[in-house]
Design a protein around this ligand. Structure first.
Ligand code: HDE
Length: 678
C-alpha cells in the first residue's frame, strides 16, 4: 500500500514543468488569455457565470484579509541572524547559546499595541519586540516589549486591560491612543498598573526608531544547564545605536505626515546596509537568591534594577534582510512565549503562565486553523515529526498508515527523544499548595518601583512625563476619573501629581509622596549610547550656494555616518555659485522638519522671500524639538533671523574643520534639552 503511494507521488513529480514561462494562469494552471474584460453576452451585455477566471480572481480577492491581531496589529518585521559571544554552557544547554562561530537565523517583528493594522506608528504606546530564533533544536520565540514591566500581574485581567485601552465601543474612538476615559478609569481602579504607566507616559513610549529601542522579555524565565541546574533570568535587547525618543509634538505631527515613519526607517536602514544591531543581555539570579530582593522576582510589574543585578551581554543580533512579502511573512508570523528550546524554561509568573495559553489560541482564528506552523515563516529549520494530522490548510502530505503512538507497524516512530537525545524536559520545580484564587502579599507594593523610575529620570524626562499625563488626562471627560488618577500618582511623587493636577484643573492632592529615594541611572535615556550614525539631516539649500564648501561639509558628515538629504524650494538640480550642482531630494512640502534628526542650513545667494519663509518655519520647528542645527555662510543669516544663534546645539561656523567636528558632536547628542523655547 505505502509503496503504491510513493510511486504515485513520483509519477506526479516527473510531470512538473519548469516555471520560467511567466504566462498568467488560473490557480488550476490554465493559461489566461484575457485579464481586462470579463466574459459578456455581447459587448454591452451581461457578464456570464461561466467566466471561471473572473469568478476565481474575485473569490480570492474577496478573501484576501485575515483577522488582524487583537493587540499588536500594526507591525513591521525583518530577518537577521544571532551570534552568541561566548558559550553560555555554565547556565544553559540551549544549543544556539553554545558556539560563538554558529549563526542562528532570526525573524523580528516590531509593533505598536493598541492601534489597528493601518494606524499611525508614532503614537504613545508600548512597542512589541518579538524575536523568533530558528534554532537547530526548534524555534525559540522571545516575545517581548520595549518596556520591562507590564500593566497587570495576572493574565486573567488582560481582556479587561485591552478592552479599556482599545477605542471605546460605543463610538470606536480614539484610534491607537490611551488618552481616553476607559483606559484611565481602568488604571485608577487597577493600581498595579502604576509602574508601567510611568513608562508609558515617558519618552520610552515614543521611540525615535525601532533601531533605537531596548527590548525586554518582561517575565522571569529560567536558564537550565546540562546538569539540570537552574537560574532565574530576565532577557534584554540593547540597541547598539542607543535608546532614543522623539518629542510628543513631533510624534503627533509625524502621525499625519508619515504614518509609516517607523517601518520606513527600518526598511531604509536595511536597504542602505546600515543593519540594525542589538546585543542580547541576561540578568541572572541564583535559585537560592529568589527571596533576597525588596520585590518579588516573579512579579511582572517589577524590574530588576541593573545596578543590583547587572545585565550580562551574551550575544548580538543583526537585522540584515527585509521581508519579500509583508503579508506572507510579517502578518502570518505566529509568535508564542511557549515556543522554547531545551535550556530555557518558565517561571511561575502568573502573567507568563496565562500567555502560554493565549498565543496558540489566538492563531486558530487569526490564521484559520491548527496548521499555522507549516506556513513558511513559522516553520522550524530543524525537522519536525509527530502524529498530529489533518485540519484546515494542511500542507504536509503525511505518508503511511500509522499516525499514533505507540505502534509496531512503523517501528514505533516517531519516537520521543530522551533528555540526552535533546528531548525537552521541564525543570523539576517543587510545587505544593492549595488551589486558591489569590495574590501573594509580595505582589502588593505597586508604587515603590514607579517612584524608582521617577527618581531615575533627568529633569527634561520628568517634564515630558508631566506633560504626557497632562495631555492624556486632559483628553479624559470624567472629572472623577481625572481626580482618581491624580490621587493615585500622588503615591509616586507629589512633584508629579501637583503640576498634573494644576494642568487639568483637578484638586491638588494633599496626601501622598513616597519615601523611596533610590534611583537606577540605567533607566534614564540621558545615559544611553550617543552616536551620529544613521542620523537623518535636512540640508536647507537654495540656488547660488557655496559649492565647494557644501561638498566638503556633506562629505565630512557622511564620513561620520550622518545621512544628509537636500531640501529646497523645488525638486531638480540646484546650482552653486561655482557651478557645482546638487539634486534636491525633497521640497519644503515633502521634507518636513519632523522627519529629520537635525538641520544643516546652507541657504544661497539665490534665496528669495518664499524660500526664507519656508526655511524659517522649518528651522523654528526643528529648534522647538531640540534638534541639532548647523549653519555656514549664507545659512548663518537665516539662523540669526530666527534669533536662535548662540543656543545650545545650534552650531554656526565659517571655518569648515571646527564646524564639522562640533556639529557632528551636536548631532550625536540627539537632542539639546537645555535650550530656551520662546
Ligand atoms: Fe501579548 N499577545 N499578551 N504580551 N504580545 C499577543 O498574540 C497576551 C504581553 C506581545 O509580533 C497576541 O499573536 C496575553 C506581555 C507581543 O506577532 C495575544 C497577555 C508582553 C505581541 C497576546 C499578554 C506581550 C503580542 C495577539 C497577558 C511583553 C505581538 C496576537 C498575560 C512581554 C507578537 C498574537 C507579534 C501579541 C496575548 C501580555 C508581548 C492575544 C493574554 C507582558 C510583542 O495572544
Amino acid at each position: 500500500m505505502s509503496k503504491n503511494h510513493k510511486r504515485k507521488d513520483e509519477q506526479l513529480e516527473q510531470f512538473r514543468t519548469d516555471d520560467s514561462n511567466k504566462k498568467m494562469t488560473t490557480n488550476q494552471g490554465t493559461k489566461v488569455s484575457e485579464d481586462e474584460f470579463s466574459l459578456k453576452a455581447g459587448e454591452r451585455g451581461p457578464t456570464l457565470m461561466e467566466d471561471f477566471h473572473f469568478r476565481e480572481k474575485m473569490t480570492h480577492f474577496d478573501h484576501e484579509r485575515i483577522p488582524e491581531r487583537i493587540v499588536h496589529a500594526r507591525g513591521f518585521a525583518a530577518h537577521g541572524e544571532f551570534e552568541v559571544y561566548d558559550s553560555m554552557k555554565e547556565y544553559t544547554k540551549a544549543g544556539f547559546l553554545q558556539d560563538p562561530s554558529k549563526k542562528t537565523p532570526v525573524f523580528v517583528r516590531f509593533s505598536t499595541v493598541a492601534g489597528n493594522r493601518g494606524s499611525s506608528e508614532t503614537v504613545r504606546d508600548a512597542r512589541g519586540f518579538a524575536t523568533k530564533f530558528y534554532t537547530q533544536e526548534g524555534n525559540f520565540d522571545l516575545v517581548g516589549n520595549n518596556i520591562p514591566v507590564f500593566f497587570i500581574q495576572d493574565a486573567l485581567k488582560f481582556p479587561d486591560l485591552v478592552h479599556a485601552l482599545k477605542p471605546e465601543p460605543h463610538n470606536e474612538m480614539p484610534q491607537a491612543a490611551s488618552a481616553h476615559d476607559t483606559f484611565w478609569d481602568f488604571i485608577a481602579n487597577n493600581q498595579e498598573s502604576a509602574h508601567m504607566v510611568m513608562w508609558a507616559m515617558s519618552d520610552r513610549a515614543i521611540p525615535r526608531s525601532f533601531r533605537m529601542m531596548e527590548g525586554f522579555g518582561v517575565h522571569t524565565f529560567r536558564f537550565v544547564n546540562d546538569k539540570g541546574e537552574a537560574h532565574f533570568i530576565k532577557f534584554h535587547w540593547k540597541p547598539v545605536l542607543g535608546t532614543h525618543s522623539i518629542v510628543w509634538d513631533e510624534a503627533q505631527k509625524i502621525s499625519g505626515k508619515d504614518a509609516d515613519f517607523h517601518r520606513g526607517d527600518l526598511y531604509d536602514a536595511i536597504e542602505n546596509g546600515d543593519y540594525p544591531e542589538y546585543e542580547l543581555g541576561v540578568q541572572i539570579i541564583k535559585e537560592e537568591d529568589e527571596f533576597k530582593f525588596d520585590f518579588d522576582i516573579l512579579d511582572p510589574t517589577k524590574l530588576w534594577p541593573e545596578e543590583e543585578v547587572p545585565v550580562k551581554l551574551i550575544g548580538k543580533m543583526t537585522l540584515n534582510r527585509n521581508v519579500d512579502n509583508v503579508f506572507a511573512e510579517t502578518e502570518q508570523a505566529a509568535f508564542h512565549p511557549g515556543h522554547v528550546v531545551p535550556g530555557i524554561d518558565f517561571s511561575n509568573d502568573p502573567l507568563l503562565q496565562g500567555r502560554l495559553f493565549s498565543y496558540t489560541d489566538t492563531q486558530l482564528s487569526r490564521l484559520g486553523g491548527p496548521n499555522f506552523h507549516e506556513i513558511p515563516i513559522n516553520r522550524p529549520v530543524c525537522p519536525f515529526h509527530n502524529n498530529q494530522r489533518d485540519g484546515m490548510h494542511r500542507m504536509t502530505i503525511n505518508k503511511g498508515q500509522v499516525s499514533y503512538h505507540k505502534n509496531s507497524l512503523a517501528d514505533n516512530t516517531p519516537t520521543p527523544a530522551t533528555e540526552e537525545e535533546g528531548g525537552y524536559t521541564h525543570y523539576q520545580e517543587k510545587v505544593e499548595g492549595y488551589k486558591i484564587r489569590a495574590r501573594s502579599d509580595s505582589f502588593k507594593d505597586h508604587f515603590s518601583q514607579a517612584t524608582l523610575f521617577w527618581n531615575s529620570m533627568s529633569n527634561p524626562e520628568k517634564d515630558h512625563i508631566i506633560q504626557a499625563f497632562s495631555f492624556e488626562l486632559g483628553k479624559v471627560g470624567s472629572k472623577s476619573v481625572q481626580q482618581q488618577v491624580v490621587d493615585m500618582f500622588a503615591n509616586v511623587s507629589l512633584d508629579l501629581a501637583e503640576p498634573v493636577a494644576k494642568a487639568i484643573g483637578a484638586d491638588v492632592p494633599e496626601q501622598g509622596g513616597s519615601n523611596v529615594t533610590k534611583s537606577s541611572p540605567a533607566l534614564s535615556q540621558e545615559n544611553t549610547v550617543k552616536t551620529p550614525h544613521t542620523r537623518k539631516l535636512a540640508v536647507l539649500l537654495a540656488e547660488g550656494f557655496d559649492g565647494e564648501e557644501v561638498t566638503n561639509v556633506l562629505e565630512a558628515l557622511k564620513a561620520a555616518g550622518i545621512q544628509p538629504e537636500i531640501v529646497s524650494d523645488t525638486l531638480g538640480l540646484k546650482t552653486a555659485d561655482d557651478g557645482v550642482e546638487v539634486e534636491a531630494d525633497h521640497t519644503f512640502l515633502t521634507g518636513e522638519s519632523v522627519l529629520f534628526d537635525g538641520l544643516y542650513v546652507v541657504g544661497g545667494s539665490g534665496t528669495d522671500n518664499k524660500f526664507t519663509n519656508d526655511a524659517m518655519y522649518f528651522i523654528k520647528e526643528a529648534y522647538s524639538h531640540f534638534k541639532p542645527i548647523g549653519a555656514t555662510h549664507d545659512g548663518i543669516q537665516l539662523i540669526e533671523k530666527a534669533a536662535i544663534n548662540d543656543s545650545p546645539g545650534v552650531i554656526t561656523g565659517r571655518e569648515m574643520k571646527p564646524f564639522v567636528k562640533e556639529f557632528v558632536e551636536a548631532v550625536a547628542m540627539h537632542r539639546h534639552w537645555n535650550r530656551k523655547i520662546v
